[in-house]
Unconditional design. Structure first.
Length: 273
């Protein structure tokens, strides 16, 4: 696989930077506590809310990108350089890991991978509870704006009835897409004309990617020239971007996602009951 690597890759790769991004939306302290209890030897920890997202404002969504200089300093503090080879793991739910994968790609790193199956694929001998220290890195962040789609683009897409070469894909669960439930955002439903491919649909019960599912899920997506992904707050959409990249197809992220779109009161959404 192009972006997903196994434990053998982890053990055999020299000068590999490993980053733990375990996260639980219902427990903001979960990742830090899990890392302190045990983590891969030599791994650094980054917190989704504090390190991989910035402060929430009126618009911009629930997980806007962090301040660039703050992020650069954080990455330098854990030893990241522009030529670093990085392996990321979460609990195997492929959510937070996808977000960091996308961010590092967006800011210019080439060799960024995710541990297929996540933390559960590590062995007892791989783990430690010891505090880690890192030689300081010197990364410079070089954002690639071709990897993002703006609110204005998505708004125009939602209002157009002549869609040919562009597709907007909602990465949330089918229930949230249809507007049956909405545990977080102020409106239920989805952006007009958006299609739905749940980011979890490419993976088995162990969090490992299934190539046949991947190909089947994206069989219609490949025909579009411009593919834009969003989710609730710009996190799990990154996993869909990473998965589609396995098939050699690039795509873009609407960073603010649904939570940004519905922050504008005048915007309407569609429901399917």
């Amino acid at each position: 696989m192009k972006n997903f690597k196994d434990r053998d890759f982890l053990l055999k790769s020299e000068n590999l930077k490993v980053i733990d991004v375990r996260y639980n939306m219902s427990d903001p302290d979960y990742g830090k506590k899990a890392y302190a209890k045990e983590h891969y030897r030599g791994a650094a920890f980054l917190d989704l809310d504090q390190d991989l997202a910035g402060p929430v404002k009126e618009h911009g969504g629930r997980h806007p990108l962090p301040d660039q200089e703050t992020l650069r300093e954080k990455l330098r503090s854990i030893g990241i350089r522009n030529d670093s080879k990085v392996l990321i793991y979460d609990d195997g739910d492929n959510s937070a890991a996808g977000r960091l994968w996308w961010m590092l790609k967006y800011y210019g790193l080439n060799e960024v991978y995710v541990l297929n199956g996540g933390f559960g694929k590590l062995k007892e001998e791989d783990l430690t509870s010891e505090e880690e220290t890192f030689e300081r890195g010197d990364i410079e962040l070089k954002p690639d704006e071709t990897m993002t789609a703006s609110y204005e683009e998505v708004l125009e897409y939602s209002k157009s009835d002549h869609l040919k070469n562009q597709i907007l894909i909602d990465s949330r669960s089918e229930e949230r897409y249809k507007g049956l439930v909405e545990p977080i955002d102020r409106k239920k439903g989805h952006i007009r004309h958006a299609q739905n491919i749940n980011f979890r649909s490419h993976f088995d019960e162990n969090g490992e990617i299934v190539e046949e599912s991947l190909k089947d899920n994206f069989k219609n997506t490949l025909a579009y020239n411009d593919v834009i992904f969003h989710c609730g707050s710009g996190v799990t959409a990154c996993t869909n971007i990473m998965a589609l990249d396995e098939l050699g197809k690039s795509s873009r992220l609407y960073v603010g996602s649904f939570s940004d779109f519905v922050s504008y009161e005048e915007n309407t959404v569609e429901r399917e009951y």
